[in-house]
Design a protein around this ligand. Structure first.
Ligand code: TIU
Length: 218
């Protein structure tokens, strides 16, 4: 069984029971001029994940292992956006530089060019922060007998954390890759990762992607 050097202890996983989750690597969050930047955020904090994720996805695909992508967003009529979310996110559905913000089918809602899914890789559209809520993800994982998740994407303390917490409560083991997750806020990145591995791995493990790539290439 492959073992990855990780915090708080090495992470062991079965290759045929592990999926790579790539969370919300969407133009709205990552592109200069997009929704994230329009809120005053520094997209460079997220864009540092693109290089490591490109390498990881290439290695993962070469090994024939499953990748599942997610996107946060809503139906064009926003019927799946709770009023409470809209009240604190009034930009949702409004025109942005890359189309209506966080609306399915818009250019900004889709995944950045560098990390586009290839044929056969599911893309899970989610109305919430967590990838398990109101999505087909549970069935996708069940179908393939997945027990462990390698979690990547943005943002560390929002959609990545929510998904890792949901996954924990459902019995999945989660390895979060520090260089493949990003937050607009360096402090949240640092503490968000600490929170995963604290207390003996209360939510899972944290590692760097080269340590994982080394294992799957063997
Ligand atoms: N994908 C994700 O994290 N959605 C967010 O809303 N992130 C923020 O940091 N706002």
């Amino acid at each position: 069984m492959p073992t990855v050097d990780a915090s708080p202890v090495p992470f062991n996983f079965a290759l045929d029971r592990t999926a790579l989750l790539v969370i919300d690597m969407q133009r709205d969050f990552l592109l200069p001029g997009g929704f994230g930047e329009s809120l005053g955020n520094d997209v460079a904090q997220l864009r540092r994940t693109i290089g490591p994720l490109t390498s990881l996805m290439a290695a993962w695909r070469a090994a024939g292992l499953p990748i599942i992508h997610t996107r946060e967003g809503h139906e064009p009529d926003l019927s799946d956006c709770p009023p409470a979310k809209l009240a604190r996110g009034p930009m949702i559905g409004k025109p942005g530089r890359f189309g209506r913000i966080l609306v399915r089918g818009e250019y900004g809602h889709d995944i950045i060019d560098e990390l586009q899914p290839i044929d056969g890789e599911p893309v899970v559209d989610k109305p919430g922060k967590g990838a398990f809520y109101a999505t087909e993800l549970p069935e996708l994982l069940d179908k393939d007998g997945i027990e462990s998740l390698v979690v990547t994407g943005v943002t560390t303390e929002v959609c990545v954390h929510t998904t890792v917490r949901e996954a924990n409560d459902r019995g999945y083991e989660c390895l979060v890759l520090a260089d493949c997750v990003g937050s607009y806020f360096p402090e949240f990145q640092r503490v968000g990762l600490q929170m995963i591995a604290a207390q003996g791995g209360i939510f899972g493990w944290v590692a760097e992607s080269p340590a994982l790539i080394k294992e799957i290439a063997r």
